[in-house]
Design a protein around this ligand. Structure first.
Ligand code: AMP
Length: 221
């Protein structure tokens, strides 16, 4: 979802999952450190995630606004991010929680295919490639992510649900939590998110793409 936002609004995003997968692919020291967590669907330890992410979030990046995707995922990470932003006298504008029934999430993840060369994402039904098993962008082979096997998906969702309760309470207390219906196609969910961004004027002047967006979500307080 964050990469779609980046395309439409030209606002940069960082996804912890993409970053870790890239490092695993490059066989870097970080990649080696996170590999066993990512492939088994467990969360990478908070101190490592916070160190990596705050390393990425320098003031230049923060200047124009930034969408964080998949981070923070635990209360420990949220507190680490708050401490880092406080030191820079910055703060998070909002935390958006996309809600979706578990069966929809399982079907989305189980149908996902990724390009083994460039990392582009597809879905066997929702975003099929022009030629089965081949990336439209670079011709690379499409594969199933190790952590997208059904057993691992269920484990990841269980972990995320357990972590979500204190995390959501943290942002609710700060009056920054927005819940949004993430059901339907990614385009439908994107339109709802664009509507929320417009409604709240998070990016200042409404963008053309945003002006045509549907209804936004609501603050959860
Ligand atoms: P994702 O692509 O967001 O589903 O993330 C894939 C995997 O990367 C997760 O199952 C975790 O192993 C790891 N990961 C991504 N983001 C985080 C995070 N914020 N904290 C801990 N582990 C993460």
């Amino acid at each position: 979802m964050a990469h779609l936002l980046e395309e439409r609004l030209k606002v940069r995003h960082i996804s912890t999952g993409d970053l870790f997968r890239r490092e695993i692919h490059r066989r870097s020291a970080l990649g080696r450190a996170v590999q066993r967590y990512v492939s088994s669907g467990r969360l990478v330890p908070d101190d490592l995630v916070v160190r990596v992410m705050t390393g990425q979030l320098n003031t230049r990046l923060l200047g124009r606004g930034l969408v964080l995707d998949g981070f923070p995922r635990t209360i420990g990470q949220a507190e680490g991010l708050d401490r880092f932003l406080n030191r820079l006298r910055r703060s998070l504008q909002a935390a958006v929680y996309l809600e979706c029934p578990q069966r929809v999430l399982v079907s989305r993840l189980a149908g996902r295919r990724v390009c083994s060369r460039c990392g582009a994402n597809y879905h066997i039904r929702n975003i099929p490639p022009r030629r089965a098993g081949v990336c439209d962008r670079c011709g690379g082979t499409l594969v199933i992510r190790k952590d997208d096997r059904v057993q691992t998906i269920r484990k990841r969702l269980r972990i995320d649900r357990a972590e979500a309760t204190p995390l959501l309470a943290h942002y609710r207390k700060q009056r920054k939590l927005f819940r949004l219906n993430g059901n339907g196609s990614s385009e439908q969910a994107l339109q709802r998110l664009l509507g929320l961004i417009r409604q709240r004027r998070w990016l200042g002047k409404p963008d053309r793409a945003v002006r045509s967006a549907g209804k936004g979500g609501h603050r959860d307080d």
